[in-house]
Design a protein around this ligand. Structure first.
Ligand SMILES: *[C@@H]1O[C@H](CO)[C@@H](O)[C@H](O)[C@H]1NC(C)=O
Ligand SMILES: *[C@@H]1O[C@H](CO)[C@@H](O)[C@H](O)[C@H]1NC(C)=O
Ligand SMILES: *[C@@H]1O[C@H](CO)[C@@H](O)[C@H](O)[C@H]1NC(C)=O
Ligand SMILES: *[C@@H]1O[C@H](CO)[C@@H](O)[C@H](O)[C@H]1NC(C)=O
Ligand SMILES: *[C@@H]1O[C@H](CO)[C@@H](O)[C@H](O)[C@H]1NC(C)=O
Ligand SMILES: *[C@@H]1O[C@H](CO)[C@@H](O)[C@H](O)[C@H]1NC(C)=O
Ligand SMILES: *[C@@H]1O[C@H](CO)[C@@H](O)[C@H](O)[C@H]1NC(C)=O
Length: 229
């Protein structure tokens, strides 16, 4: 017959085993959950002397950087404040047992509709480096994108020397018209979509385009990663 003390002895053993696991693999202790809120909202942006009311995340173009360490859980609440349906894809993140956090609209989820939100929840497993997040429905990725920076675990390193400075470089394209009009016209005519008006680096066209700098604000993306927990 079971002694009433037996269950507490069993849970003590589980507890001791837990301590043993933590002592053997200290990195288990330092994996944390990083919470982000991505508000999809309108933003007036001027490029090539054309001002457009673009779709952005948190009023930033390019969007905010997502920083985490290998092994961390990332929880991103995406709130849709615009009239388009939207989803966000974490490009290059291996979604291990979290496929529903991957983001392609109508593939792993229904899109997030106006005034609705969806919380993406995934763990970064055995990956470090710089990746990209972007919208994954129609052509909303034309303006909804930003960097994912995965730092190594504490006291671990990248497989190369520590750089003097780290600056994410995001390549993109700027359209003087609404990119949704471009793709919708292409789908209606069956022809190829119109080409963009400029290639961009960190949201800015190079100096060789006409009117490349008027009305643009340089975005300083230099990373200060020293103080990341
Ligand atoms: C963008 O500019 C238009 C016209 O100036 C203005 O009505 C609108 O409120 C602006 N939108 C944002 C999000 O600032
Ligand atoms: C948004 O998605 C819903 C559900 O898939 C669909 O019924 C609706 O037409 C879509 N709205 C727009 C503006 O595409
Ligand atoms: C979204 O919320 C705004 C502000 O509350 C409201 O004016 C608008 O009608 C809502 N739109 C939809 C499609 O629910
Ligand atoms: C994220 O997923 C984990 C594992 O399924 C769960 O324990 C946690 O509550 C989730 N967090 C949120 C904010 O949904
Ligand atoms: C990293 O290593 C240093 C020196 O060995 C140690 O003091 C510190 O606690 C370690 N940090 C973590 C998070 O393991
Ligand atoms: C695409 O380019 C053609 C030819 O320049 C132009 O007539 C058309 O308006 C453009 N479409 C869009 C959506 O801007
Ligand atoms: C810039 O504008 C000038 C004059 O309108 C034109 O000749 C030139 O081709 C344009 N350059 C580019 C890169 O569009």
């Amino acid at each position: 017959m079971d002694s009433p003390h037996f269950p507490s002895f069993a849970s003590l053993r589980v507890l001791l085993f837990g301590f043993w696991v933590i002592a053997l693999f200290p990195e288990f202790v330092v994996s944390i959950t990083r919470h982000y809120t991505f508000n999809v909202e309108y933003l007036n942006v001027t490029r090539l002397c054309h001002t457009r009311n673009i779709l952005s995340v948190n009023g930033k173009f390019p969007g905010p950087r997502l920083v985490a360490r290998e092994g961390d859980r990332v929880v991103v609440k995406v709130v849709n404040h615009v009239s388009n349906n939207v989803t966000i894809h974490w490009h290059g993140i291996r979604q291990i047992t979290s496929g529903w956090a991957d983001g392609p609209a109508y593939v792993t989820q229904c899109p997030i509709q106006t005034n609705q939100s969806y919380t993406y929840n995934f763990t970064i497993v055995e990956q470090r480096g710089t990746l990209l997040w972007h919208a994954h429905i129609s052509w909303l990725r034309a303006t909804i994108y930003g960097p994912i920076i995965i730092l190594p675990k504490h006291n671990e390193s990248y497989p190369f020397q520590k750089p003097y400075k780290e600056i994410p470089i995001l390549f993109g394209e700027w359209f003087n018209v609404d990119p949704e009009a471009v793709i919708s016209q292409a789908l209606q005519t069956g022809g190829g979509p119109n080409v963009s008006d400029a290639y961009t680096i960190n949201g800015l066209p190079g100096p060789l385009y006409n009117c490349s700098s008027k009305g643009t604000k340089p975005s300083l993306l230099t990373l200060d990663l020293e103080n990341i927990i």
